[in-house]
Write a protein of this length. Structure first.
Length: 243
């Protein structure tokens, strides 16, 4: 699946995300997640390194799963405390569905990393989406790494001033983060203002039709991939609605 057209990758992401939303059983969602990982392996994406970045979210994810299990009534009670059902079979099934659904969303989004952001803008334009919306997608993809770098720089500046985030109590840590986001937001707004000036200097939207140096073209494997994913998605959704 290497070298696919960006439009094909957009179709693949839409199909995987649609299935992740409509499937409501743990086993089908697990198979969908495994299929997404196989696609990432074929595309030669090192998803293990990216998943390790989300390891700090594991306590929050586990807490969410426990809360979902507590508030999902039904099924056999596996663990209770003073009359309160903590773990039930229905709660575990619901929690697993949420877990596999989130993992599928994160994994399918990694497919975007296999092409340049400019290719996706060109793909959206050739899909008859207005250029302004396609340009907004490009800006969001460009600003996300900038936003992350700004957060890192601000945290490093705070640590150089003697602030130890590990030793700050939680009640003071919330206040610290509120003061952190004020200069961070100011820097991001400044970069957005500079981008707006650069767009005006280059006469953005002065012409209704734009010309491009190159155009995207489908290959045989693009048609095969799109037919496979669209057909499989329709078949799975039709099976769930019928049964």
């Amino acid at each position: 699946m290497t070298g696919l057209d960006p439009r094909t990758k957009i179709v693949m992401i839409i199909c995987l995300s649609t299935l992740a939303v409509f499937l409501n059983e743990p086993w089908p969602l697990l198979l969908l997640f495994i299929l997404t990982l196989v696609i990432l392996l074929i595309m030669r994406i090192n998803f293990f390194r990216i998943i390790m970045r989300f390891k700090k979210l594991l306590p929050l994810l586990l807490l969410m799963l426990i809360i979902q299990s507590v508030f999902s009534a039904g099924g056999d009670v596996l663990l209770s405390f003073q009359g309160v059902n903590i773990l039930t079979t229905n709660g575990i099934n619901t929690s697993l569905c949420i877990l596999f659904r989130l993992l599928t969303f994160f994994s399918s989004a990694m497919i975007i990393m296999t092409s340049h952001s400019r290719d996706y803008v060109l793909a959206l334009v050739q899909l008859k989406i207005p250029y302004e919306i396609a340009f907004m997608v490009l800006v969001s993809l460009r600003f996300l790494p900038v936003f992350i770098e700004e957060i890192k720089d601000t945290l490093v500046a705070m640590q150089l001033r003697g602030v130890d985030l590990q030793r700050i109590p939680w009640r003071h840590k919330i206040k610290f983060y509120t003061h952190l986001f004020a200069p961070l937001l100011s820097r991001v707004m400044l970069k957005a203002h500079q981008l707006a000036i650069a767009m005006e200097a280059r006469a953005f939207r002065v012409y209704r039709r734009r010309t491009y140096l190159r155009l995207l073209h489908y290959s045989a494997k693009d048609y095969v991939a799109m037919v496979f994913f669209i057909t499989a998605t329709i078949a799975v959704l039709a099976r769930d609605f019928l049964y």
